[in-house]
Structures are given as C-alpha cells and as structure tokens.
Design a protein around this ligand. Structure first.
Ligand code: PEP
Length: 252
C-alpha cells in the first residue's frame, strides 16, 4: 500500500506563537522521519505561518476545508488556488464536524473532492457512521453510500486520493474503534473505491481517538495506511511518536 500517511487536524485551535512551539516540539521528538508522509492541517488563518515553519522540513501542509469555486462573491470562503498559493498539498473534505455543524452534505462533498483533484491537490475524503447506525448493522452501507457519493463527480486521471474512515462515535470521545473494525471498514472502502480510482492511488486512513498507545495496533492492521489525528496532533511529542511508529511500519 506504499508509505503511510499521518495527518494532524488542528481543528479550530492554534495561534501564531503556539504553532511555532508545536512544530518545534514535533520536529525535536521525531525520529529520523523514515518512510512516512506527514501532514499538518492548521486553521486557514495559520496556513501561511505554519507553511513557512514547515518549509525547511519534510512535513506537508493541508487545509481543513475548501470551497469549490476558484474566486468570486463567496464571502467567507477559501478557494483551491488560494490554498495552492499557501503551499497546501492536502485538503480535508467532508469532515464529520463540517457535516454536523455546517451543512456539508454528500452533494457538496462530491463537488469539493472533484475540484480538489482537478487542481492537483489530494482530497482527504472523510466518511463515518453514527453509533446508532453501526448498532443497527447499517454502518457499512452508510459509509459506502457516503463514499460513492463523494467519488461520484471524479473524472479523468486521479493522481492521489486519501479516504479517512472516521466513525463519528470515535471522534474526540476517547473511544477509538478497534483495529479490526477499522480494517474491515477500510477493506470495504478499498474494494469500492478502486472501481473509481486506480488501487495504487488510494490511501486509506483511520481516524478517531488515535493515541500513541493505540496507534501501533491501527498501523499494523490490514488496509490501514495511516491515521488522521485530531486532539493528539496538538501535542507535539505524542504526534511525533505516532509518526515515528508509522515510519517504522513494515507493510506486507
Ligand atoms: C478528527 O477530528 O478527525 C479526529 C480524528 O479527532 P480525534 O483524533 O480527536 O478523535
């Protein structure tokens, strides 16, 4: 499956001063980076600053959301050309918090995924079910429907896409899925996604209460090609520990 990908989503956290300290602590705790791709997604207001802090490192920059139009009268929005100018290579699309609080839905997610690919950035399409849906045994159908919708507008060659399985019940709750649950869902995701995107171009991530303690279990699980981390990405040493673990993973 190639190099693991570890993404840190800072959500609506961080400051000019704090981000300097955080990047410094990630860097100093990071073992020789190994065979791993690392990415940090700060809020829009910190993209420029964090981008310049990361310029001398191997760590890549990502955004937490995007609007699909290139420019125009869309107050409050940020476009792909703007993100590119900041040096972003990754864009989170359809994070469950965007879906839950800001009206993001499968239709808008599909447009954003396609626009991100068209502009040569890598979308990180986030999918995941509520606990009640899983308990009703409908988790896989629900997630695969989100996935189909999210990929539905892709056309032409797709260089790279990441898909993050993030069960809503595991995000920020301290109650992570098991590696087996993550692996089973990512297997189903992979099988469906490869109808749309060549297998080698799909990166599969697990997200939801990942910690340095449970990360090794996820990273060793079949079909898990990395993690999308929220809370723990605000702790430099812990985030670096996860990255170092991923860098030492041997893929089969
Ligand atoms: C996330 O927001 O994508 C996430 C996985 O959060 P946390 O790691 O805090 O559960």
């Amino acid at each position: 499956m190639g190099r693991p990908l570890i993404i840190g989503n800072w959500k609506m956290n961080g400051s000019l001063k704090g981000s300097e300290a955080l990047i410094r602590s990630i860097q100093s705790a990071l073992d020789a980076q190994g065979e791993v791709d690392l990415c940090i997604c700060p809020p829009f207001t910190l993209l420029s600053h964090v981008g310049s802090l990361l310029a001398a490192t191997e760590i890549k920059l990502g955004a937490q959301d995007v609007y699909h139009e290139d420019s125009g009268a869309y107050t409050g929005e940020v476009s792909l050309p703007m993100l590119k100018e900041m040096g972003c290579q990754y864009v989170l699309v359809g994070h469950s918090e965007r879906r839950q609080y800001f009206g993001e839905n499968d239709a808008s997610v599909a447009i954003k995924v396609a626009a991100t690919v068209r502009h040569g950035l890598t979308p990180v399409l986030c999918v995941g079910e509520e606990l009640a849906t899983r308990r009703a045994n409908r988790g896989e159908d629900y997630v695969l429907a989100q996935l189909m919708a999210g990929l539905s507008l892709l056309e032409g060659e797709v260089k790279e896409i990441a898909i993050a399985y993030e069960p809503i019940w595991a995000i920020g709750t301290g109650q992570a899925a098991t590696p087996l649950q993550a692996s089973a869902m990512l297997r189903a995701i992979y099988q469906l996604a490869r109808n749309k995107v060549p297998a080698g171009q799909v990166r599969l991530l697990y997200g939801g209460s990942v910690t340095p303690e449970n990360a090794a279990g996820f990273l060793a699980a079949e079909f898990v090609g990395g993690v999308l981390a929220g809370g723990v990405s605000l702790k430099g040493e812990s985030f670096a520990q996860i990255a170092s673990l991923a860098g030492s993973k041997t893929y089969v």
